[in-house]
Ligand binder design. Structure first.
Ligand code: SF4
Length: 688
């Protein structure tokens, strides 16, 4: 074998860092960060090693598998796709196109984002679901309601204050997903050197909080109340940007009247913060111009997450820190094609009447449709690049729901808790075995980067777009398909950016837009119904939702001690992701998982001592939904009464406990359909 060097991407998390992969004469691969890739500039995190471990893992799915009465049996690709085409075709004929659902995981790679999306359009179903209810969809809905766009990214290098709210970017072993021009690990020291004040709002003393100038130890679920009280102070003390508010916003008077009851004194109880601290924080944020707010995933997993983030978007607008240097900015991003090319009516999707705001069907609502039965229930599901059994709240009910399907097809690289339930399992190539691409936003301009295969497909694994097109063709749905494999998919997707695949292959990283231009709203307005930044949301009002953010106790989840005790639970639980892992992945990979072999429950020593639980002791964690066994880890980083439990375990290849056994799927965010994975009642008791 001849030695070769590849320039490619790590697509294990949203950062999609650039990599240099070297293959020696014996075929061994070594990886280093690409110093010329604007996202990571040579850096990469320990997870990057999973890219090569995946190639050699004995757990890999290597052949299509069909479920039989006696277990899974190996079949050929031709048999697998014939079965899939027959079953999906029959279901479409008998129950109509709306009976098919596509369920995906986090779109860390664009193969994950786009796989089977065009197929859904060709089939005629708008029923797309996934993990949006747990990550990003609540924040995107909130930003869109106020600013008309899905994101407003921090411009760290020109800010005078950075407020991290509900996120731990330093602790997740991932660089900024907001601004690709530098990793946050490099940005933090630069902020310190410039004397920029950093504040973290989090119930947990996270890695980011430890490095910040100030930690605001908020009570879990109190973010919306804090946001409303900060708006109250900033308006009543006239700390807002009068010029910006007067010229470029709408609904200020209604917002002003609306927030009068939400005084800092009122917010003391839901936030656990003294009124004086809320007042000081409001004055610091409004008085440090320009300032950015970096909001995090912690805000998504409450049943009041959308309203909490709306208050953040409103704070950004009130202070005029929007699309201005050092504020939250609409960064340039390369244009891409939209899929599916034949979109189906959004209003026909599952759960639209109850949840018209989310862009996709919230998974808990799809689950209800399956469990409630009836004529219109889904009949078939394609799970691509996802693992709903582990990721979604209440594992028992998720399993019951998936068992109602007439046909479940799952694609993956490893057996998972979800592929175990599937009728048909299709082995996929990993990111190092296929072509891929990524579009990035950055202050220097939106750019594209290409991932080229550095290894041959393992076993009979295939890329998702080959499989998808083959299936569509067999079902006579392939006539207008715009691509038939990875390369034609990339070619099609990047065409609107003006960059050709040939150029991307030659240069690997291509800037497709100009550098950031600030204050675009002066000439273009905002993408809201009124064209202004809307404190009073016209979009929410048009769909019957409250046009102004409100605060409610997270639905159904009692926070006070008495109510918790009545449930037999004197603690609150919250999920956390160890930085070694990406969601449910890679617990089975030896090198990647070795430093963190089992999931833990992190508890305050006072809570542990009261229950006679030693550090490292085995415990049973119970909730009204179920019970799991874990090991306890003492930490003073959490608040007494609040325990943090690792999520993402429970696949057949790791054999550990799944936190989502404990989480309720009944209490939903009334706007997003989100579940309370970051706030649920529980009890922890010693085992044995
Ligand atoms: S941060 Fe780590 S896991 Fe994420 S893309 Fe970069 S190297 Fe890969």
């Amino acid at each position: 074998m001849t030695a070769k060097t590849y320039r490619t991407l790590c697509q294990l998390c949203h950062s999609n860092c650039g990599l240099i992969v070297q293959r020696n004469a014996s075929g061994e691969l070594s990886i280093q960060g690409d110093p010329d890739h604007p996202m990571n500039r040579g850096r990469c995190c320990p997870k990057v090693l999973a890219n090569t471990e995946i190639l050699d893992s004995p757990d890999r799915l290597k052949h299509p598998l069909l479920k039989t009465k006696t277990g899974f049996k190996r079949i050929s690709w031709d048999e697998a796709l014939t079965i899939a085409a027959d079953r999906l075709g029959d279901i479409r004929t008998r129950f109509g196109p709306l009976s098919l659902v596509r369920c995906t995981g986090a779109p860390v790679s664009y193969q994950g984002r786009d796989g089977f999306l065009e197929f859904m359009g060709a089939y005629g179903s708008p029923n797309l679901t996934g993990v949006g209810n747990l990550c990003m969809a609540p924040r995107m809905m909130a930003f869109k309601s106020v600013m008309g766009v899905l994101r407003a990214e921090p411009d760290y290098d020109h800010a005078e204050l950075v407020l991290f709210w509900g996120g731990n970017p330093l602790g997740v072993e991932r660089f900024s997903s907001y601004a690709a021009h530098n990793g946050l690990k490099e940005i933090m020291p630069r902020l310190k050197a410039r004397g920029v004040r950093t504040i973290v709002i989090d119930p947990y003393l996270s890695e980011t909080a430890k490095k910040a100038d100030e930690w605001v130890r908020i009570q879990p679920g109190g973010d919306g109340a804090l946001g409303l009280a900060m708006i109250h102070v900033i308006i009543n003390e006239a700390l807002y940007d009068e010029g910006f508010v007067g010229s470029y916003t709408s609904g200020f008077e209604r917002l002003r009247d609306h927030v009068q009851p939400f005084t800092p004194g009122w917010a003391e109880e839901p936030t656990g913060l003294p009124a004086s601290q809320i007042e000081a924080l409001s004055r610091t944020y409004a008085g440090s111009k320009p300032a950015v707010i970096h909001e995090g995933n912690g805000l998504d997993m409450y049943t009041s997450g959308v309203n909490a983030v709306r208050t953040i978007a409103i704070l950004i607008g009130l202070t005029g820190n929007i699309d201005a240097p050092g504020g939250n900015v609409f960064m340039p991003f390369p244009q891409q094609a939209a899929l599916p090319t034949r979109p189906t009516p959004h209003k026909d999707r599952i759960g639209y009447k109850r949840f018209p705001l989310p862009f996709h069907a919230p998974f808990p609502v799809v689950k209800e449709a399956l469990l409630n039965g009836g004529e219109g229930r889904p009949r078939a599901m394609i799970v691509h690049h996802g693992n709903p059994v582990l990721i979604q709240a209440n594992e028992r009910r998720t399993r019951q729901a998936l068992e109602q399907l007439d046909f479940l097809m799952a694609t993956d690289i490893f057996p998972t808790a979800t592929t175990q339930l599937a009728d048909l399992v299709l082995p996929m190539t990993s990111d190092f075995e296929a072509y891929g691409y990524r579009a990035y936003s950055s202050i220097e301009g939106g750019f594209l980067a290409l991932a080229q295969p550095a290894a041959d497909p393992v076993g009979e694994s295939r890329s998702v777009f080959e499989v998808e097109y083959d299936l569509a063709r067999r079902m006579n749905l392939g006539q207008d398909y715009p691509f038939h494999d990875d390369r034609t998919w990339i070619e099609y997707m990047i065409r609107p950016s003006g960059v050709s695949l040939g150029r991307l292959e030659a240069e690997r990283v291509v800037f497709a837009t100009k550098p950031v231009q600030y204050r675009k709203y002066v000439t273009q307005g905002f993408g809201t119904p009124s064209g202004k930044l809307e404190f009073f949301s016209g979009w929410f009002e048009s769909l019957g939702a409250d046009p102004l953010p409100t605060y409610a106790l997270p639905a159904g989840e009692p926070l006070d001690a008495k109510a918790l005790e009545a449930k037999g639970c004197s603690l609150l639980g919250a999920s956390r992701r160890p930085s070694r892992f990406v969601h449910t992945k890679f617990k089975n990979l030896e090198k990647t998982a070795k430093p963190y072999p089992v999931p833990l429950v992190y508890m305050h020593p006072l809570d542990a001592a009261a229950r006679k639980i030693p550090d490292g002791g085995a415990v049973q964690v119970t909730s009204p939904q179920g019970r799991i066994t874990l090991k306890a880890r003492w930490t003073e980083d959490t608040t007494p009464g609040l325990v943090w439990i690792d999520f993402g375990w429970g696949n057949p290849t790791d054999g550990q406990a799944n936190i989502n056994v404990l989480v309720s799927d009944v209490f939903l965010d009334p706007l997003s359909g989100g579940t309370p994975n970051r706030l649920f009642p529980c009890e922890v008791l010693p085992l044995g």
